[in-house]
Design a binder for this molecule. Structure first.
Ligand code: NAD
Length: 496
């Protein structure tokens, strides 16, 4: 019988500090400001060793001050040419690259992300996000044509102050992903990071200032979502709101945006299917499936519903368990670790409660199903649900918990893949190009990968269907969102 458990390594007690000042305040109008009230952030690597930092807890007054500063900052930043803005954004990208080690170390302490992955992948991606938008905004030509005896020109006008609200998972990279197009388009920004992982946002604000962002163009506000976050999105001076987080919070923010008639994009949760056909490269598919435990499953794009053709069930399961067994849970700072802890004890409890309810509904735990004693790690878990309607299939867990179901033919595979309210991402494993196109085109999701995962050209649209989101980011899509398009028409032969 296959041994279905992963190995857990101890975590060092010593939480070595990071070689960068930890900013705990707000940056408003180019000044660092502290609030009297604070909230604490702890390291999931060693929760009981006390707070990592006490961070300023913004309130309605701080929100109003930040929006006021952004209104003033917009006057300057919004009037700069695309080339001038691009220069600053490229400098910011350089500074991110220079500070890679500090950013990676702090993010690992703050939210438990694997340090090597941060260093090798996500910090670099943060820099690339700024470079991409610096280049796109300069390259983007205004569209011009003549019709009806008039010269038509379409101009992208910066929209005004933009509120950027980000979640606790991959906080640094996701923040750059949203901040870069807003700034490139000429909007001033007010960034509100998540309260469970607020610290790397302070480094980013510092670097933005060093890069030459004028005062008020880049503002950072720390605090609790329902307090300072709610106050920011309700401010009528805000002209764009861009949010990544849960569908529940997305609804609240959507109401506020509607109240002020402010354009709003939302990147929300996912419950991606990972569909494996009998003709697939089984080894690659099973390896990728076990990889969905990466970052303790705290990944919106993860393929958390494994759907396998009935005829290859046993072969798939054997290979999947082989790869899952090889995963080592432990200290996110160590290179011999694959999976770090989950972000917060409340989140660990939430994950366990999902698993408990899945079992109560008649689901069978194939592997895992419990936390690792004495730490915030959760065992990589696979559940055979009682039915496709079970909560564990239909709702995002956002932890290392996958479901396993089988299908008998392509039609059933597509039907199961499309059977949740989400529609962010999907994976299909097949060696048939006809099937790849047929199934890929039939799945209702913003992103479908065939025989691969996660990587895409950053100019492609990114976003979700259903409750996974509103609008599209990526490439020109995000620049259009952050701009007001104007059509200028000049009658022929009336000007010289
Ligand atoms: P969350 O919705 O709890 O919080 C996200 C942010 O919203 C935080 O900064 C929070 O402080 C703020 N917030 C909370 N209430 C608010 C309010 N009333 N007004 C204004 N701001 C408020 O989400 P989370 O738990 O931090 O993140 C996890 C979720 O994010 C998961 O559902 C995950 O799938 C999703 N996510 C989606 C993507 C994507 O690209 N689609 C990427 C990463 C994470």
């Amino acid at each position: 019988m296959t041994d279905i458990s992963s190995r857990a390594l101890p975590i060092d007690d010593d939480l070595a500090t990071v070689d960068h000042a930890i900013r705990t305040g707000h940056m408003i109008g180019g000044q660092w400001i502290e609030s009297d009230e604070t909230f604490e952030t702890r390291s999931p690597l060693n929760w009981d060793s006390g707070p990592l930092a006490n961070v300023s807890r913004g309130d309605a007054k701080i929100a109003a001050a930040a929006v006021g500063a952004a209104v003033n900052g917009f006057e300057v930043w919004g009037s700069w040419t695309a080339h001038q803005r691009a220069e600053v954004l490229h400098r910011l990208a350089d500074l991110i690259t220079e500070n890679t080690d500090e950013i990676a170390a702090l993010e690992t302490l703050d939210m438990g992300f694997m340090q090597e992955s941060m260093r090798a992948r996500l910090v670099g991606r943060g820099a690339v996000n700024f470079r991409l938008y610096a280049d796109l905004v300069v390259e983007h030509a205004e569209r011009a044509w003549n019709a009806k005896n008039m010269d038509h020109t379409v101009q992208r006008m910066p929209a005004g102050p933009a509120v950027v609200i980000t979640p606790w998972n991959a906080p640094f990279m996701l923040s750059t992903w949203k901040l870069a197009p807003a700034l490139a388009a000429g909007n001033s920004v007010i960034h509100k990071p998540a309260e469970w992982s607020p610290l790397t946002a302070g480094i980013l604000a510092d670097l933005a200032q060093q890069a030459g962002m004028p005062p008020g163009a880049y503002n950072l506000v720390q605090g609790i979502g329902s307090e300072v976050g709610a106050a920011l999105v309700a401010d009528p001076r805000v002209r764009r709101i861009t949010f990544t987080g849960s569908p529940e919070t997305g609804r609240h923010i959507g109401h506020a945006a509607a109240e002020n008639l402010v354009p709003f994009t939302a990147e929300l949760g996912g419950k991606g299917p990972l569909v494996v056909f009998a003709d697939a490269d089984l080894e690659a598919a099973a390896h990728r499936a076990a990889w969905q435990f990466d970052d303790s499953g705290q990944v919106c794009l993860a393929g958390t519903r494994i759907l396998v053709e009935e005829s290859i069930r046993d072969q798939f399961m054997e290979r999947f368990n082989h790869h899952a067994n090889a995963l080592v849970l432990g200290d996110s700072r160590r290179s011999d670790t694959d999976i770090g802890p989950v972000v917060h004890p409340i989140h660990l409890e939430r994950i366990q409660s999902f698993v408990d309810r899945a079992v109560a509904e008649g689901g069978r735990i194939v592997r895992g199903g419990s936390p690792v004693e004495g730490s915030l790690h959760y065992q990589p878990t696979l559940i055979e649900p009682a039915s496709n309607n079970a909560e564990i299939v239909q709702r995002e867990v956002f932890g290392p918990v996958l479901t396993f179901q089988t299908f008998s033919d392509e039609a059933e595979a597509v039907q199961l893949a499309n059977s949740t309210a989400y529609g962010l991402s999907a994976m299909v494993w097949t060696t048939s190009s006809e099937r790849a196109n047929r199934v890929g085109r039939s799945i209702r999701a913003g992103l479908v990968w065939v025989n691969t995962f996660l990587v895409r050209d950053l100019t492609a649209p990114f976003g979700g269907c259903g409750i996974s989101g509103i609008g599209r980011e990526g490439g020109d899509h995000a620049l259009d969102f952050h701009s007001d398009l104007k059509t200028l028409m000049i009658l022929d032969d009336t000007v010289s």
